[in-house]
Design a protein around this ligand. Structure first.
Ligand code: 6R9
Length: 649
C-alpha cells in the first residue's frame, strides 16, 4: 500500500463494527432526507422521564436564530449517565482513575459507587443553597471529584462551567463573574507531571475580584497546606460523609442548559458556549458509540482534560450515557517519561484511545523506544482531535501505536458543536492521513466562497466550512448574549452555521480542514484568541502596543509570536521579555505564554490605523516573498525593520 492510498477498514473490522460502509451510507442518507424521523429514533437511546413528541425546531435565520431539539421531552442527564445503569451494571467499573504519580493508587469506581458519590456531592451542593439553574464553576484537576461535581450539578439541574485548571486567577474570576456563579469548586493543589499547581490559592486570588457571596468548595486532594476562610470555604470530602447517600434527580426540560463552557473567539473576551440537556446527550452518546465503535465491556480512554469540551463529551457524558468504563488520567504523556501513556494502555487493556496531534508529535519526537516493550494489543480504535493532524504524525500513530491494525478516527468538531461532526467511522470509512473524511449522521457540511458567501457545489473545491442544517448537539446560545451568538455564527454567511475553519473537499468528497480563517490560534490543540493575548500584553505598564499572530511550530502546531512596542523611555531588554512571558502566564495561563517576542519599534498599519496582521503573519512564518499588497501601509519602512529583526526559531 502506498502512503497516499486510502486505508480501508479490514473486512473483519467492518463485520464487527456498528456500521460498515453500506450501513453508514444508508444511515447518512436517512439522517439527511428525514432528520426528524432519524432523530426521533435516536432520541430513544436515552431515558426520558416524559417522552418528547417534537423532534426538531431550528432556524438559522439572522435575527431569529433558535435551536430546539426534543423540546417537550423531560429527562435528567445524571440519571442517564448513572442511575439507569444500576439495574444491569452496578458492579461494573464506570471510571478508572489513574493518578499523576505512577506509584500512586489507581481507583476503580463502579457504577454503584459513582451513584453514591454523585448523590452525596449533590446533597453538599443543595446544602449550600445551589438551586436549579444556578451556575457552579468547577476548577479542578483530573480527579474523580471533577466527574462527581459535574454529574451532581446535572442531577440537581445546576449549570456547570468547568474552567481548565491551567487557567490563571484572572481567567477564573472572569468566568465566575460572567456566569454569575454562586459557587466555585476547587482542590488544594493539582499534581501534574510531578509538579503542583496551587489551585486553592489561585481561587483565593480570583475570588478577590468576585462577589463576596460566592462560596468555595474545596476538595482536599493532596493534603497540601492551604489558607482557609471560615464561612466561605467548605471541605467537600468531609461534608460528603455527613450528608445522605441518596438524592432524587430533578426532572429537566430537554432545552434546559446542561453546561456553559468558555472558549476563545476572534475578538474580545471568551464566549460562554451554552449546551442543552437532551439534544447534547443524545448526540454525545451516539457519536461516542459509532465514532469509537464502542461495544459493551470495552475499556475506553480519552486522554483530554475535563476542562475542554472533549473531556465533557468524551470522558464523561458520551461514555457514561453508554454505560462504558471510561479512564481518567491525572498526569501528562511525558512524565516520568514518554512511556507513561503506553504503560496505562497495557495496564488497563485499553480498547479505544483518543488524544491530540500535539501529544502524538511530542511522543514521536522522543522516539519509538518508549513504545517498544509495551503490549498494546488491546487497542482497537485510535482517535485524534484538536487540530489538523499532519500526515507524518498520522503515519506514526498508525504504525507505531496502532501497528496498522487500528482504524484512526480523525474527528473534526468544536466546543460549539458539542460532538463529532466530520469523522471516519472505524468499520465504514477508508481513511486518508490528514483528512477528517466524511460527515457524521445528520451533519450537512457546506463549503462557501469566503468573500461572496456563495455555495461551492462542485465536489472538488475549497473555501470556508459551514453547516447547513441543525444537529442535536449544537450550542444553543452564548451565555447572556444571544445577539453575539447570532453575529458570531450566523451573520457572515446567511442561513448557515459558520465554523471559522477553512476546508477543502477532494474528488472522493472527503473533507480536509485547513485551519482557522479568523484570528483564533490553535496552540497544542487549545483555542486562544490573538486579541486575548494582545490585551494581556498591553495591560503591562511597559507595553505601548502589541500584535499577536501564530506561526508553524513543530510540536504545538501553532506557536505564539508577539510583536511588542514598548512605552517611550522603556528599555527593551531580555529581562523585560522574561517579565512579559511571566505576565501573560499570570493573566491568562501557561498555555498563552508567547513563544517568541519581537521588539517592534512600530507596527505595520493602514492609514486608518488598522494593524495589518496579514503582513505580521507572513513575517512570523518566514515567508516574505508573498507579503501581498502593501500599498495601503502608512509607513512601509516599518516592515523592513521588522523583517530584519525577525526572531529565529
Ligand atoms: C474539539 C475541539 C475547535 C477548533 C476547530 C478546528 C480545530 C479540532 C480538528 C480540528 C482539524 C480536526 N480542530 N479538531 N482541525 N482536524 N480533527 O478541539 O474544540 O477547542 O473548540 O477547537 O479546533 O480549527 O475549529 P475546540
Amino acid at each position: 500500500m502506498t502512503m497516499h492510498e486510502p486505508h480501508a477498514p479490514s473486512a473483519e473490522t467492518a463485520a464487527k463494527s456498528h456500521a460498515d460502509k453500506a450501513t453508514y451510507e444508508a444511515m447518512y442518507r436517512a439522517s439527511t432526507q428525514d432528520p426528524a424521523a432519524f432523530w426521533a429514533k435516536e432520541g430513544k437511546r436515552i431515558d426520558w422521564i416524559e417522552p418528547f413528541t417534537k423532534v426538531k425546531d431550528a432556524s438559522f435565520d439572522l435575527g431569529n436564530v433558535s435551536i430546539k431539539w426534543f423540546e417537550d421531552g423531560v429527562l435528567n442527564v445524571c440519571a442517564n449517565c448513572v442511575d439507569r445503569h444500576l439495574a444491569t451494571r452496578a458492579d461494573q467499573t464506570a471510571i478508572i482513575w489513574e493518578p499523576d504519580d505512577p506509584e500512586g493508587e489507581t481507583q476503580h469506581i463502579s457504577y454503584a459507587e459513582l451513584h453514591e458519590k454523585v448523590c452525596r456531592f449533590a446533597n453538599v451542593l443543595l446544602s449550600q443553597g445551589v438551586m436549579r439553574g444556578d451556575r457552579v464553576v468547577i476548577y479542578l484537576p483530573m480527579i474523580p471529584e471533577a466527574a462527581y461535581a459535574m454529574l451532581a450539578c446535572a442531577r440537581i439541574g445546576a449549570i456547570h462551567s468547568v474552567v481548565f485548571a491551567g487557567f490563571s486567577p484572572d481567567a477564573l474570576a472572569n468566568r465566575i463573574n460572567d456566569s454569575e456563579a454562586k459557587l466555585v469548586i476547587t482542590a488544594d493543589t493539582a499534581p501534574r507531571g510531578g509538579k503542583r499547581t496551587a489551585l486553592k490559592s489561585n481561587t483565593d486570588a480570583a475570588l478577590l475580584h468576585c462577589s463576596d457571596k460566592v462560596r468555595c468548595l474545596v476538595v482536599k486532594h493532596t493534603g497540601d497546606q492551604i489558607t482557609w476562610i471560615d464561612g466561605r470555604d467548605v471541605d467537600v470530602k468531609a461534608m460528603m460523609e455527613t450528608v445522605a447517600p441518596d438524592c432524587p434527580v430533578r426532572p429537566m426540560k430537554a432545552e434546559d442548559p446542561l453546561f456553559i463552557l468558555y472558549t476563545s473567539g476572534s475578538t474580545g473576551k471568551p464566549k460562554g458556549v451554552v449546551h442543552s440537556s437532551g439534544g447534547y446527550l443524545v448526540y454525545a452518546s451516539m457519536t461516542h458509540q459509532y465514532v469509537f465503535d464502542y461495544h459493551d465491556g470495552d475499556i475506553y480512554w480519552c486522554a483530554a482534560d475535563v476542562g475542554w469540551v472533549t473531556g465533557h463529551s468524551y470522558i464523561l457524558y458520551g461514555p457514561l450515557a453508554n454505560g462504558a468504563t471510561t479512564l481518567m488520567f491525572e498526569g501528562v504523556p511525558t512524565w516520568p517519561d514518554a512511556s507513561r501513556l503506553w504503560q496505562i494502555v497495557e495496564k488497563h487493556k485499553v480498547n479505544q484511545f483518543y488524544t491530540a496531534p500535539t501529544a502524538i508529535r511530542a511522543l514521536m519526537g522522543k522516539g519509538e523506544s518508549f513504545v517498544e516493550g509495551h503490549d498494546l494489543s488491546s487497542l482497537r480504535v485510535l482517535g485524534t482531535v484538536g487540530e489538523p493532524i499532519n500526515p507524518e504524525a498520522w503515519e506514526w500513530y498508525d504504525r507505531v501505536i496502532g501497528k496498522h491494525r487500528c482504524p484512526i478516527s480523525d474527528t473534526w468538531w468544536q466546543t460549539e458543536t458539542g460532538g463529532h461532526m466530520i469523522t471516519p467511522l472505524p468499520g465504514a470509512t477508508a481513511t486518508k492521513p490528514g483528512s477528517a473524511t466524511l460527515p457524521f449522521f445528520g451533519v450537512v457540511p457546506a463549503i462557501l466562497e469566503p468573500e461572496k458567501g456563495t455555495l461551492l457545489e462542485e465536489t472538488v473545491t475549497e473555501g470556508v466550512l459551514c453547516i447547513a442544517e441543525s444537529w442535536p448537539g449544537q450550542m444553543r446560545t452564548i451565555w447572556g448574549d444571544h445577539q453575539r451568538f447570532e453575529e458570531t455564527y450566523f451573520q457572515q454567511y446567511k442561513g448557515y452555521y459558520f465554523s471559522g475553519d477553512g476546508c477543502r473537499r477532494d474528488e472522493d468528497g472527503y473533507y480536509w480542514i485547513t485551519g482557522r480563517v479568523d484570528d483564533v490560534l490553535n496552540v497544542s490543540g487549545h483555542r486562544l484568541g490573538t486579541a486575548e493575548v494582545e490585551s494581556a500584553l498591553v495591560a503591562h505598564p511597559d507595553v505601548a502596543e502589541a500584535a499577536v499572530v501564530g506561526y508553524p511550530h513543530e510540536v504545538k502546531g501553532q506557536g505564539i509570536y508577539a510583536y511588542v512596542t514598548v512605552m517611550n523611555g522603556v528599555e527593551a531588554t531580555d529581562a523585560l521579555r522574561k517579565d512579559l512571558e511571566a505576565w501573560v502566564r499570570k493573566e491568562i495561563g501557561p498555555i498563552a505564554k508567547p513563544d517568541l517576542i519581537q521588539w517592534a519599534p512600530g507596527l505595520p498599519k493602514t492609514r486608518s490605523g488598522k494593524i495589518m496582521r496579514r503582513i505580521l503573519r507572513k513575517i512570523a512564518e518566514n515567508d516574505y516573498g508573498s507579503l501581498g499588497d502593501t500599498s495601503t501601509l502608512a509607513e512601509p519602512e516599518v516592515v523592513e525593520s521588522l523583517i530584519e529583526n525577525r526572531m529565529n526559531r
